[in-house]
Design a binder for this molecule. Structure first.
Ligand code: AHR
Length: 837
């Protein structure tokens, strides 16, 4: 009854508001410039136009590479017989596609499709004809615009206006930043009598100024009896070769361009990005060129040709910004050589620091066919920017390829392994899984750039190198075998992601549909088989499976025990995508019901791909979907309940990529603590949010394409960010049961409470319970803890706290210290605390 009355009142309110409005109005749709989206204006008389939402765009082009390519020419809008709105527009003048998208209400637009026409002239003619019949001219805010006129109800126009207003309100909330909080100078002294939060020496202004000299008292209540089972895989990592994460990064190879396969097309504009990159010929009486006939392997066509007129010259590689060597360490040198003409002489191989030789060995002379020669060099000194020199000892012409210098000291002493310090810092996160190889690297820039796992296994010199979508080169020395081994060494589950048979929707190459897509038919069937073969390769029995035998031959007879596979990476959910994605998922589920398949829901936490991705997941009962969002700290503050209302019976969630992006895209206490707050929400929803991984993971100083990243490094050092420490604190305190918990400030001020978060999890294996407490207020919070039966015997609990100024980039967690539960606990201003009981 009450609901009926409420409904009646709200209907009356709507009618009263609209009493003087027309039932319907003219709607004018236009875009002011091809780089802008579709805007609207409405008019009661068809002459005087008022913009809707100040001319904001309701839908824009999704076709082509990011930036300048995404254009909307000649947008034609009409209502179809089914009542849906259909928008058609030209994407450009040089592809034979036009764009089509539909909407039920002009607010929510389905992902765009790009129907193909036989040539660009036909597209132009088609739009030319429509332009004549459908386009009108109107004066909108003093500007003459060309566009379409339709008729809608006044309520529809109002709904559009309201939608944008609500979006603006949300954007306003999401722009909240700790920078606008009142900040106190002076020494924090939360333990002082009266629990004064800070000794203030200035008069604070800004958000929470009213807390000055007042302090906040709060209570954490935990109900240990009210618990639910949650995932035990919540915190993992996402490894992608971005920012030189692989070659020059965690992959321990010390030589750059060891295969002479750097190509101009990897990079675009850099003139020296060629097969000779990183190599220099020093000394006289020799020439150095690149050849491709009779290569070592057709997958790696280029090799070096050294023509030595008189011995003395050296071919030198300067590594990735120099080579770092440690005194006394051993380095494996391997190369392939072939004598082309003249005498065969041995090779002197030298580690050089400036002009000094600080390590040396000799390798056997080449024969008439390609042969690998090997040696070991011991570094006699530490060096930061050494080079490797290959010095032929006889006159003649030799071909050289695949020249590798690899430290014997790698993580877990693996051959072809990982840089120990970088791998260790990942291990310290206690990740429960690792997603790889991307990201954008997985689906690639155009069909030819898609990541095919089979190209990355087997002998290193037979693997197919690939342009990296981030503007450099993938050697694929760190390939699928190494990724699986890395997971094993980090103690986590592998989660490989294969493309959904479509490349990135922002690809610079394509055609036949923006995403291109592997042609349906035999090629697609083979691709489907490749995915099934991956599972066979990872889990099969070498005695019966050819793929499993390859794994065994590579050194891993035991199965890798693959449990998860991702299909697709934040793809546009178009027809091209759907008609490939669903059959791939179906094939895996039919053949391997034991594998959890993870689908995709686009690059944002809302919008067309998110909605359609979820629709596909629900309709097709996909096990899990991968969500991505890189959003502001304010978004996390105002979306703590993001997963609280998710359908418990639908697909599980893998939050595969997320980060908090503050001003300047740096990792600070603000970004890290807002992520900590989000993780509390993920744990609370750990019954449906199965996994999560911060992104990106690694970045080499001087070679970053994306900021912030979790861990920065150079050749010698590793620089974890504040966000790293939050991930580590959370990774080291995972559980498999969630205990009902609340964290409420005295006075129940919603603005204050919104800055507090708690999550309690219990790990049934270790018997430990972890309480995570986030205080995002600029003042300490004096917290009493009502733990019920959790209350530990004194001395049995420890505490680790991370805190700092909102923009602090150097904050580090404290060492674990015992907790005294006999008095309220002080949580410092801007802090994240983990209690271990
Ligand atoms: O994490 C960096 C990139 O962000 C990933 O490659 C892609 O999936 C996302 O757009």
């Amino acid at each position: 009854m009450l609901r009926l009355l409420t409904l009646t009142f709200s209907l009356m309110a709507a009618l009263i508001v609209s009493a003087n409005q027309p039932d319907s109005v003219f709607l004018f749709s236009f875009n002011a410039h091809p780089s802008q989206g579709l805007s609207f204006a409405y008019s009661a008389d068809g002459h005087t136009w008022k913009t809707i939402a100040d001319g904001a765009s309701f839908v824009s082009s999704d076709y082509g590479t990011w930036g300048a390519e995404k254009k909307m020419h000649t947008p034609i809008l009409h209502r179809t017989d089914t009542g849906l709105w259909e928008l058609l527009f030209r994407v450009n003048d040089h592809v034979n596609q036009y764009a089509r998208c539909v909407s039920p209400d002009l607010i929510h637009w389905k992902p765009q499709d790009y129907p193909y026409m036989k040539d660009a002239a036909t597209v132009k003619a088609f739009f030319g004809a429509m332009e004549k019949s459908a386009l009108h001219t109107a004066l909108v805010q003093g500007e003459l615009r060309r566009g379409c006129i339709n008729r809608i109800t006044y309520a529809e126009a109002e709904a559009m206006e309201n939608f944008k207003q609500a979006a603006a309100r949300r954007a306003q909330l999401n722009s909240e930043s700790l920078a606008d909080d009142a900040h106190w100078s002076g020494t924090p002294d939360a333990t002082a009598a009266g629990a004064t939060p800070m000794h203030a020496v200035n008069q604070p202004q800004g958000r929470f100024a009213y807390l000055h000299n007042k302090g906040v008292n709060a209570r954490v209540t935990i109900l240990p009896e009210a618990r639910k089972d949650i995932t035990d895989k919540l915190i993992g990592i996402f490894f992608e070769d971005i920012n030189y994460s692989a070659a020059g990064g965690i992959y321990a190879e010390l030589l750059q361009n060891r295969d002479f396969e750097y190509l101009e097309s990897d990079r675009g504009r850099e003139p020296n990005w060629t097969p000779t990159n990183s190599w220099t010929l020093l000394g006289d009486g020799a020439t150095f060129s690149i050849a491709t006939d009779e290569p070592l392997n057709p997958n790696q066509l280029h090799y070096a040709v050294l023509n030595i007129q008189r011995p003395g010259a050296a071919l030198v590689n300067d590594g990735f910004d120099g080579i770092v060597l440690r005194k006394g360490d051993k380095y494996d040198i391997t190369l392939f050589a072939r004598l082309l003409a003249g005498k065969a002489g041995k090779f002197r191989i030298q580690l050089r620091q400036a002009d000094r030789v600080i390590g040396e060995t000799t390798l056997a002379a080449p024969g008439k066919t390609w042969k690998q020669v090997k040696g070991v060099i011991i570094a006699k000194e530490d060096a930061k920017d050494a080079t490797l020199a290959i010095v032929p000892t006889a006159a003649g012409e030799v071909a050289l390829d695949f020249i590798s210098l690899f430290p014997q000291k790698t993580f877990k002493n693996r051959k072809n392994g990982l840089r120990p310090d970088l791998a260790q810092i990942l291990a310290d996160l206690h990740p429960r899984f690792m997603r790889f190889p991307g990201g954008c690297v997985a689906h690639g820039d155009g069909l030819g750039n898609m990541y095919h796992w089979k190209e990355t296994i087997g002998p290193l010199w037979e693997r197919r190198p690939l342009r990296n979508i981030w503007g450099y080169h993938q050697t694929r020395g760190l390939g699928y075998f190494e990724f699986f081994q890395m997971c094993e060494d980090l103690g986590c589950e592998p989660l490989p992601v294969v493309p959904a048979a479509v490349p990135c929707q922002n690809s610079s190459t394509g055609g036949g549909g923006q995403q291109g897509g592997i042609p349906l038919g035999p090629e697609f069937e083979q691709y489907k088989q490749d995915i099934l073969d991956l599972i066979e390769w990872a889990n099969g029995d070498p005695k019966t499976s050819k793929w499993a035998k390859m794994r065994a031959d590579a050194g891993h007879p035991e199965p890798f025990n693959l449990k998860y596979i991702g299909i697709g990476n934040e793809d546009l959910i178009s027809e091209v995508f759907t008609e490939r994605y669903l059959p791939l998922i179906q094939a895996v589920k039919e053949r391997h019901p034991e594998i959890t398949v993870c689908g995709t829901t686009g690059p944002f936490f809302e919008g067309a791909d998110y909605e359609q991705g979820w629709r596909l997941a629900k309709d097709n009962k996909i096990d899990m979907v991968d969500e991505h969002y890189y959003v502001s700290p304010g978004w996390y503050l105002h979306n703590q309940d993001f997963y609280d209302q998710y359908d418990r019976s639908a697909s599980k969630v893998y939050l595969g990529e997320y980060a908090s992006h503050g001003p300047g895209r740096k990792s600070t206490i603000e970004t890290a603590l807002t992520c900590a707050m989000h993780i509390c929400g993920l744990e609370r929803n750990g019954d449906i949010v199965h996994m999560s991984s911060y992104a990106p993971l690694l970045a080499k100083h001087g070679h970053t394409q994306w900021n912030p990243d979790l861990i920065y490094f150079d050749n010698e050092h590793v620089y974890p960010t504040v966000d790293y420490y939050v991930q580590r604190m959370c990774g080291q305190s995972q559980g498999n049961q969630y205990l009902a918990s609340t964290f409420i400030a005295e006075g129940q001020n919603p603005e204050v409470n919104n800055r507090l978060a708690v999550s309690t999890v219990h790990d049934t294996t270790s018997g430990k319970t972890y309480i995570k407490l986030v205080n995002l207020l600029p003042v300490p919070v004096i917290t009493s803890l009502a733990l019920g039966s959790l209350m530990p015997v004194s001395g049995k609990a420890t505490r680790v706290t991370l805190s700092g100024a909102w923009d602090d980039r150097q904050a580090r967690p404290t060492q674990p210290e015992p907790v005294d539960f006999s008095a309220p606990m002080t949580l410092p201003a801007y802090s994240f605390t983990v209690l271990e009981i």
